[in-house]
Write a protein that binds this ligand. Structure first.
Ligand SMILES: Nc1nc2c(c(=O)[nH]1)N[C@H]1C(S)=C(S)[C@@H](COP(=O)(O)O)O[C@H]1N2
Ligand SMILES: [Mo]
Length: 454
């Protein structure tokens, strides 16, 4: 694998960035007593083990009592004058983070103009996806639409058809909420037993943002929606893909569906639907119609092309499941994950993401022996409904092959299935909506690989 084709992630970077003598002190000062001893013992065990000389040769990843003499070298930045602020400008990441990129999957046909880019989940912290790293899925390319020319229309089973400008929408009462968006085709190639190398490609059609906008129900009420007969809404995008999706009215009357213009504190990015997109919490990405230009209220599902041909689940026995509305409970370990290399045995923080279209994550368990034994991971705050949740758990790698998995449970009691369980219900010919447990094999040389465990 070419260096630039994967982001090797924090496992390799940790010794340099965090495990200097002073870094260790900081970590210990923040930790609780029990945890502190656990981490200290893990390092001590690694230092005493046979691998210690190799660790030294590789640049001292295990901190030693003596300290790192580099602390006494005063680099230029401690004495010189730093750069001044630009008169105006939009901030960028450090040049040392240039490997942090959205990427095309090696598991898909390579084209000069890709229609999907994957988010680098292995390098993200917390639950929010920076807007510039949000995955993208375009059926017919993206546009940077002039908001002053954009119009949004409501018609169908309403008292009066209405057309809104962006200014008119942005004057209305708004809400801001964190939600994940996951393409129904996320993890699709793994369903077919194709092992793409990294978590960016297995799970990277997934992102989480704070979205701001007007609840769709507010706009429908302005138009005098007929809630007695109007049971569905058709949402239509303003790009050339004729993206139209049916949304059940029950999701809208609950106030959850948002006509959004904001993403992570600023206007939506053009790739993500600027200036207006539908946010349909818990529902697969395709229903989050971008460049939103119209909603129509009707009394039955519309069976549009993206509902009758695409995004259907072929079931055993030849039946199709249509209108899969909720993304079911799912999780993935993002570090250690495929393409990363563990430098030495000893302490590691296993971290990952969990989410459910049905509500909040209740619990995540982690196994390091391919599912025989499980330990409960720590869920970090905030744990929000239909948003990504971050989990962490301590691990001491003994240098032997290990299979790392995570298994999430949501507040409705649903538990993430194994591949075997999923295939026994859904068959082997499906593409969409794969929420099976992901397995990462840590090999003896420290390299982590995508594997399937049945
Ligand atoms: N107008 C329009 N809306 C669209 C699409 C599109 O191609 N055009 N793609 C859909 C699909 S399949 C997904 S997964 C999400 C992706 O949203 P993102 O590009 O912001 O990640 O947008 C959905 N909304
Ligand atoms: Mo999608």
């Amino acid at each position: 694998m070419k260096e630039d084709s994967i982001n090797s992630g924090r496992v390799q970077k940790a010794p340099e960035n965090f495990l200097t003598q002073s870094g260790i002190k900081e970590v210990f000062a923040q930790g609780k007593k029990g945890r502190r001893d656990f981490i200290r013992n893990a390092f001590a065990a690694a230092a005493a083990g046979a691998a210690a000389p190799m660790a030294m040769a590789q640049g001292n990843p295990v901190p030693t009592e003596g300290g790192d003499p580099n602390i006494l070298n005063l680099p230029e930045h401690t004495t010189g004058l730093g750069q001044g602020v630009a008169v105006e400008g939009y901030g960028k990441p450090s040049k040392f983070e240039a490997n942090l990129q959205r990427r095309q999957s090696p598991g898909l046909t390579q084209t000069t103009q890709a229609s999907v880019s994957f988010a680098p989940l292995q390098s993200l912290f917390g639950i929010v996806t920076p807007s510039g790293l949000h995955f993208e899925r375009h059926h017919q390319g993206w546009w940077d639409i002039d908001p002053s020319k954009h119009r949004f229309m409501i018609n169908g089973m309403v008292k009066k058809n209405m057309v809104f400008t962006m200014d008119e929408i942005m004057r209305l009462p708004s809400v801001s909420r964190f939600h994940f968006i996951e393409c129904g085709a996320n993890t699709a190639v793994d369903w077919g037993n194709v092992a793409v190398p990294t978590v960016q490609y297995t799970h990277g059609m997934l992102s989480c943002s704070e979205f701001t906008g007007v609840p769709l129900i507010t706009l429908l009420e302005l138009a005098g929606v007929d809630l007695k007969n109007g049971k569905f809404v058709l949402a239509e995008g303003g790009d050339g893909s004729s993206m139209t999706r049916t949304i059940p009215m029950s999701l809208i009357t609950s106030g959850e569906v948002i006509v959004a213009y904001g993403q992570n504190g600023e206007m939506l990015r053009p790739e993500n639907g600027y200036p207006l997109r539908l946010v349909v919490p818990g529902v697969q990405g395709v229903s989050w119609v971008k460049y939103l230009r119209r909603v129509e209220v009707g009394d039955k599902p519309y069976a549009s092309k993206d509902e009758a041909i695409h995004y259907m689940d072929l079931q055993p026995g030849g039946l199709h499941r249509q209108y899969t509305n909720l993304q079911e409970v799912k999780s993935v370990v993002t570090t250690p994950s495929g393409g990363q290399v563990l430098l030495d045995k000893g302490f590691y923080n296993i971290t990952g993401l969990a989410w459910s279209g049905k509500g909040k994550i209740k619990r995540v368990d982690v196994s390091t022996d391919g599912g025989r034994n499980w330990r409960q991971a720590r869920l970090e705050t905030p744990v929000l409904s239909k948003a990504l949740s971050r989990f962490n758990i301590d691990w001491v790698w003994d240098g032997k092959p290990a299979i790392i998995q995570s298994r999430a449970q949501d507040e409705t009691g649903h538990v993430q299935p194994t591949y075997q369980q999923l295939r026994s219900v859904r068959g082997t010919r499906s593409i969409y909506h794969n929420n099976a447990i992901q397995s990462w094999l840590v090999q003896e040389n420290g390299e982590v690989k995508n594997v399937q465990v049945s």
